[in-house]
Design a protein around this ligand. Structure first.
Ligand SMILES: [Zn+2]
Ligand SMILES: [Zn+2]
Length: 388
């Protein structure tokens, strides 16, 4: 295991708490990004700022090797009012690091510092710090700004903490690790009228009710019971009717999750087919929109094997779960994995009062005890993949 010295652990804790105190959201992470850039520069690492608005890339070259890998952390916080009372609680009311991105950035800074000091690898490491993960736009913004052309790398790796798993344990799987997240909106237009004379109109409530039941057949009748796990949920049903009035319009909104882009396409296509068919049968018209916010997070087999080997060496084989169940949460690192092979993995944040609180909860805090583990994993991965 790479030895992360006590001074560096203390520095990572300090950086992490500084970022926790000063959370910023979305693409508006200017202070955080500047703080990280200045730390990287203080380690002697070249920094390219403003990649995908407020994203940045640190470049550390060593030896004459041409191989390169990317390590990615996210920097953004959430619009949550923190309910913790410890000394490093958020100074920005209504904003909070409730997903641990402060910890992800501190761990990657720690690895950058360690690798810059030891320089015992051969090749190039790109330290990728991205904005706006929570709304699912930051990774794509960096890709659109030429991330993988300007910083050519053979693979990209990401790491997220996970409360409820033992502190420092490492969980991953090849293939689909996390679900997509999509939303849909269906507007059904009928002909409203007097509630006593429904035969004079086209009741969109009846049509909309049939649509909602029809949507339930997508998972049960259009997707493979063996290979395609998915969720299709209608979550809102809004009409413009009132007492004694059949509405002229209903709006149905909802949410879908699945684990492959093939399933995602099938859900969207079958949804529109069902809506169109039921509306046509009833004499109603419709508008349909389907917005995908997060793609499924799909790990490539080779890079997942690399990640598992590095984690075993850095964290101990007994702390690794190499074949976990998939998770229905989502992650915009998925956009990077659509372009480059790579591996996204989860690092246990703890099960006790420190580290056990769920992500996106106003009482959450990143567990500083795992900073060392994350930095050790990153450093080991670099040494394995860019052999000196
Ligand atoms: Zn989050
Ligand atoms: Zn997160």
């Amino acid at each position: 295991m790479p030895v992360i010295d006590a001074n560096l652990i203390a520095s990572m804790t300090e950086w992490r708490r500084h970022m926790h105190r000063h959370p910023e959201c979305g693409f508006e992470v200017e202070q955080t990004s500047d703080f990280i850039a200045r730390q990287l520069e203080s380690f002697g690492i070249e920094v390219v700022r403003n990649v995908g608005q407020t994203g940045l890339v640190g470049i550390l070259r060593c030896g004459d090797g041409e191989a390169a890998i990317g390590l990615r952390a996210d920097m953004d916080a959430l619009f949550i009012h923190e309910q913790n009372s410890f000394e490093h609680r958020s100074c920005h009311d209504g904003k909070m690091h409730a997903c641990g991105h402060d910890g992800h950035s501190a761990m990657l800074l720690g690895a950058a510092s360690h690798l810059a000091e030891h320089r015992d690898f051969n090749g190039t490491v790109y330290f990728i710090f991205q904005p706006d993960e929570e709304r699912g736009k930051g990774a794509q913004a960096m890709i659109d700004d030429g991330l993988f052309e300007r910083f050519p790398m053979k693979a990209v790796y990401g790491l997220h903490n996970l409360p409820g798993l033992p502190a420092g344990s490492f969980t991953v799987r090849p293939g689909s690790l996390m679900a997509s997240e999509s939303s849909f909106e269906i507007v059904i237009k009928g002909i409203g009228g007097h509630a006593a004379m429904p035969h004079t109109g086209v009741d969109p409530i009846v049509v909309g009710s049939q649509v909602i039941l029809g949507l339930q057949t997508i998972v049960s009748r259009n997707l493979s019971a063996i290979h395609e796990t998915a969720v299709v949920s209608a979550t809102e049903f809004v009409t413009n009717g009132t007492v004694n009035v059949i509405p002229s319009e209903v709006t149905i909104k909802g949410d879908c999750r699945c684990f492959t882009e093939d399933s995602l396409a099938k859900i969207e296509q079958n949804m529109e087919r069902i809506v169109a068919g039921i509306c046509q049968a009833a004499g109603a018209s419709y508008e349909f929109s389907f917005i995908n916010t997060f793609y499924p997070t799909v790990n490539s087999a080779t890079e997942t094997a690399h990640a598992i080997r590095a984690a075993e060496a850095a964290l101990g084989a007994e702390n690794i779960n190499p074949a976990c169940d998939p998770f229905t949460i989502s992650e915009d690192f998925s956009s990077m994995l659509r372009v480059k092979p790579g591996c996204y993995a989860l690092l246990g944040n703890g099960t006790e009062s420190v580290g056990g609180c769920a992500l996106h909860n106003p009482h959450y805090d990143f567990n500083d005890a795992i900073l060392e583990k994350g930095a050790a994993y990153w450093s080991q991965l670099v040494r394995d993949q860019l052999k000196a």
